[in-house]
Design a protein around this ligand. Sequence first.
Ligand SMILES: [Zn+2]
Length: 170
Amino acid sequence: MDNFLLVDLNGLTSGERLWSGTLDGKFFVSFGNTEILDADVSVEIKARKNEAKVLVDVLMKGSLTVNCDRCLEELQIPVESEALLEVRHEGRTETAPEDDRELVFIGVEETELDLSQVVYDYLCLSLPIQRHHEDGQCNPQVLRYLNSGKSDERPENDGPFAALAGLFDN
Ligand SMILES: [Zn+2]
């Protein structure tokens, strides 16, 4: 398991540090996410420490595989997102974050910052609400089946796509 998303704040010397890693589908499985079937995302992390402040930039770029909303076949969606964070100990809210950064709080005794949740949230939010192939790129057989099922009666419950068709009821 990659733990490059775990930042040892005490280990950061003043100045800038840059490192990176790659996330695959297992990352999303670990969050119980069943929508994202696979992933190939490179994550670049830049941390800057000065005085009492730690600024962390997280750049995420790659692709996520989901099911197409229309034909349910797998679809790779390119994603790119950037999280600009300022790390603070809990309770330190008296000043505004630098450059409108998102504040991330850690316990007073904590010396490690786990970026997993932030990266997960940003990547999920970077997915478009509608996820489907370009027009004409969907699996035509599935589309034909689904469309006939909608305009007609409910499809028979033993067809190969019956279970899939049911997904459109939500
Ligand atoms: Zn499709």
